[in-house]
Design a protein around this ligand. Structure first.
Ligand code: GRF
Length: 193
């Protein structure tokens, strides 16, 4: 992992596809003194992503890419990351699966948040599958990204209890609140802070 010396924050890029509420919580976290990271770049595959407006508000550079030609685009992104001296990547609701080639170039430096207690319920439509299986608990996980979907080493998890009349929507909302707390904690943990 990248070493945090306490002098300079580690320049970080956040990749999003949608609302960006995790991005918002990471930006807030990055501004506190004890944060080892600064958010210097926002990357999205979706020009309509609501979270992009956080770039403007917080004066963070943002870039949107069309991932149709994934390999080519990933290489473009890699050079932009280099240009901006980005040393760490946080995926936050980013709906594209990055290639092995890309991940290997940032090995051990890409984190993701997933709304389930991994290794259970990898992939999409998590909350509905959890409810269908009548689980008593669900939660969220921050993990390192490797080339297999939602399968990298787990950094931290938070469990939440499923209520009697839980719906997909209420569960998503409940877990999201925890995600916003968990991601910063997991980042601190990766730096042994
Ligand atoms: C979160 O639930 C995250 O775990 C999942 O997608 C959602 C993104 O939410 N991967 P937001 O864009 O951060 O609000």
């Amino acid at each position: 992992m990248v070493k945090f010396t306490g002098y300079k924050k580690i320049k970080t890029a956040v990749f999003i596809s949608g609302t960006g509420s995790n991005l918002k919580s990471l930006i807030k976290f990055s501004k506190i003194i004890k944060s080892p990271i600064s958010i210097n770049l926002i990357i999205s595959n979706n020009p309509e992503a609501k979270g992009l407006k956080l770039g403007r508000i917080n004066n963070i550079k943002k870039k949107v890419f069309n991932f149709k030609k994934k390999y080519k685009v990933e290489n473009q992104i890699l050079s932009i990351l280099k240009e901006h001296e980005i040393k760490m990547i946080c995926l936050a609701g980013f709906m594209i699966v990055l290639s092995k080639n890309f991940i290997n170039k940032f090995r051990g430096k890409i984190l993701n948040i997933h709304p389930s207690l991994l290794p259970k319920y990898k992939g999409l439509n998590t909350h509905q599958r959890v409810l269908n299986n009548k689980e008593k608990y669900s939660g969220c996980t921050v993990h390192f990204v490797n080339s297999k979907l939602d399968s990298g080493k787990i950094i931290l998890q938070k469990k939440v209890k499923i209520s009697k009349n839980e719906t997909k929507k209420s569960l998503a909302k409940k877990i999201l609140v925890q995600e916003h707390k968990l991601y910063p904690k997991a980042i601190l943990k990766t730096f042994n802070l």
